[in-house]
Design a protein around this ligand. Structure first.
Ligand SMILES: C[S@@+](CC[C@H](N)C(=O)[O-])C[C@H]1O[C@@H](n2cnc3c(N)ncnc32)[C@H](O)[C@@H]1O
Length: 265
């Protein structure tokens, strides 16, 4: 992570971002209220948080190297250090839960399962018949996550083990028509652009693509800035921690910077 860049981007974002009262679009106003300002959590989230606490104390070493890039994780890793540094915190995971629910998402895809805590929040935001496919390249993480998915409703989360480049093409061909995509795997410009371009043809016409850590580094910000200018995304929402691309044909091209509520940290 480029900490100086992330900090200066945060200050610029706070100065320019709109709160609820600056929003003229009814859709964006509703999203801001129901997703960013609301505080509700998925039902029974305590079990996910109990697992998170357990992972944070787990000294099991992780021997496989990170298939992604751009991480500031320590080089000798344990499940505990990964749980402390790589997972989205509960408030941000709950934001994704509410976003999926607001969107009425049913068929979701996640790149970067890690230990599966955010996957479980996300899956609980889907419609009752919904399903989340999630991909993880580190076998140790995959096994921890897959075990925890047994505690979710049967078939709700389908984990896939392997490098995105190997798993994604076949998964897209087989499962296609995703209406909600969360990219939280490889924070490099080239990889981010490549995965978004690969996934778009397999999205529904009104799909939402969420990119994590868009100000992690200059190259992530470059990818985000190119995508927010891209006419394939008529609506883009910059929440600093995440960037949201909306494919909907209903919207005119609009780009919003929205205040990340400090209560979500
Ligand atoms: C930041 S973590 C994901 C955190 C997770 N979404 C959460 O909030 O709980 C990124 C994960 O993506 C995985 N990853 C990165 N690049 C990958 C690739 N090219 N193929 C497969 N997995 C990858 C890493 O091993 C890591 O577990």
């Amino acid at each position: 992570m480029d900490r100086w860049f992330a900090l200066t981007s945060w200050i610029r974002h706070r100065r320019m971002a709109l709160g609820r009262y600056g929003l003229h679009s009814p859709y964006v106003y509703a999203l801001f209220n129901e997703v960013a300002l609301a505080r509700d959590q998925p039902q029974g989230v305590a079990d996910i948080e109990t697992d998170r606490k357990k992972y944070r104390c787990d000294p099991t070493p992780v021997l496989t190297s990170d298939p992604g890039a751009g991480s500031s994780r320590p080089s000798s890793r344990t499940i505990a250090s990964v749980a402390r540094h790589a997972l989205k915190p509960p408030a941000q995971a709950a934001f994704l839960f509410r976003l999926a629910r607001f969107h009425g998402a049913c068929r979701a895809l996640e790149l970067g399962t890690c230990l599966g805590t955010t996957s479980r929040y996300l899956a609980r935001g889907l419609k009752p018949e919904g399903q989340l496919h999630t991909i993880e390249g580190v076998p140790e993480f995959y096994h921890v996550a897959a075990q925890s998915f047994n505690r979710e409703a049967s078939g709700r989360i389908v984990p896939h083990a392997g490098h995105f480049d190997e798993v994604l093409p076949e998964l897209l061909r087989r499962e296609g028509h995703f209406d909600f995509v969360f990219l939280d795997g490889n924070h490099r410009y080239e990889a981010t652009m490549r995965y978004v371009n690969k996934i778009i043809p397999y999205c529904t016409p009104d799909a939402m693509i969420v990119l994590d850590d868009i100000y992690w580094s200059r190259e992530m910000a470059r990818a985000w800035n190119e995508m927010r200018a891209d006419p394939r995304f008529p609506l883009t929402l910059d929440f600093y921690h995440v960037g949201i691309l909306v494919l909907s044909a209903r919207q005119q091209k609009e780009d919003f910077r929205l205040k990340w509520p400090l209560s979500l940290r």
